[in-house]
Design a protein around this ligand. Structure first.
Ligand SMILES: NC(=O)C1=CN([C@@H]2O[C@H](COP(=O)(O)OP(=O)(O)OC[C@H]3O[C@@H](n4cnc5c(N)ncnc54)[C@H](O)[C@@H]3O)[C@@H](O)[C@H]2O)C=CC1
Ligand SMILES: O=C(O)C1=N[C@H](C(=O)O)C[C@H](O)C1
Length: 268
């Protein structure tokens, strides 16, 4: 039970005596689709304080000057590495939702973190709890089905294809198939238009749809003789990502080093 005497806290916020201090948070990509939602969510959270909003053309040093302890990055795959490097160099923990991470990029971030053992970085292609569960269910089911393909469907403003979530799902499914000793999914195609069979991610076909009216959706289709299993997740609103983002913001300072995905934060 905290006492009711308010004590001054940094950045103008106040906290109850004995309560955990408010965490100063900066948002990169603050004027984007996700950034706008993150700004709203952080502002509404009593234990967090929004201290910096940075978008393209703004000065990145603003997040350091404002005293941000945690930065949330929803920018673009072509700028996110520079942002992470900056934060690590300035001892700022990072929660990264921006996509475009392959094993090489993750290894680079892990390498930077070795010089800063107290800094934490969480990188997750999807903060939606349902999407995280879908990935886990797909991993579990993969070994029982000779065929798996993935269809991701998004709003037409998305710059990368396939989605980061679909790429990660494909890699997880491929690893589960390999571990079970499954051969490649059967496919007799010898004659096709370029792209007709989707992208090949570690041997799993991934198809990307861009459609006005959509937000973020994914289906994992699995087939065996005489049956199919379809796992589907739909984000109809970017609010769906906020519980995961806020969880990562609250946890990242306690998790030095690189954390990929929010599974471990959810005890999955
Ligand atoms: N992990 C997750 O749960 C989710 C991840 N995403 C990913 O987040 C990223 C952003 O998505 P959206 O918000 O839809 O894109 P968006 O295009 O609406 O927003 C990106 C923002 O970043 C800004 N920006 C560009 N360069 C910058 C820089 N150097 N510094 C600061 N800001 C910069 C842009 O001006 C823009 O306002 C994408 O990679 C997307 O795939 C999107 C939804 C959920
Ligand atoms: O750009 C988006 O919108 C999304 N991006 C992430 C991805 O590429 O997986 C997460 C979600 O699908 C929405």
């Amino acid at each position: 039970m905290t006492t009711s005497t308010p004590v001054p806290e940094q950045h103008g916020a106040t906290v109850e005596a004995g309560a955990a201090p408010v965490v100063p948070v900066g948002v990169l990509g603050a004027r984007g689709r996700m950034g706008t939602e993150v700004v709203k969510a952080v502002t509404a959270a009593g234990d967090l304080e929004l201290v910096a909003m940075v978008d393209a053309g703004d000065w990145l040093f603003d997040v350091a000057n404002a005293g941000a302890q945690v930065v949330v990055d929803f920018t673009r795959p072509d700028v996110v590495m520079d942002n992470i490097r900056f934060c690590i160099d300035h001892d700022i923990h990072c929660v990264v939702g921006t996509t475009g991470f392959d094993e090489e990029r993750l290894a680079t971030v892990a390498g930077w973190l070795r010089a800063k053992p107290d800094v934490g970085v969480v990188i997750a292609p999807n903060f939606g709890i349902g999407a995280v569960l879908l990935m886990r269910f797909a991993q579990e089911a993969a070994r029982f089905f000779p065929s798996t393909e993935i269809v991701e469907l998004h709003h037409p403003g998305k710059v990368d294809a396939p989605s980061g979530t679909a790429a990660r799902t494909a890699r997880l499914v491929a690893a589960a198939r390999d571990a079970a000793g499954l051969p490649p999914s059967p496919d007799a195609t010898t004659d096709s238009l370029p792209g007709a069979r989707g992208a090949d991610v570690d041997g799993v076909r991934v198809h990307a749809v861009r459609l006005t009216g959509l937000v973020a959706h994914q289906e994992v289709l699995m087939g065996a003789a005489g049956e199919t299993l379809t796992l589907r997740h739909d984000s109809y609103d970017r609010a769906s990502f906020m519980p995961g983002v806020l969880l990562a913001v609250r946890e990242v300072r306690r998790r030095p080093g690189l954390t990929v995905g929010v599974e471990s934060l959810l005890d999955l």
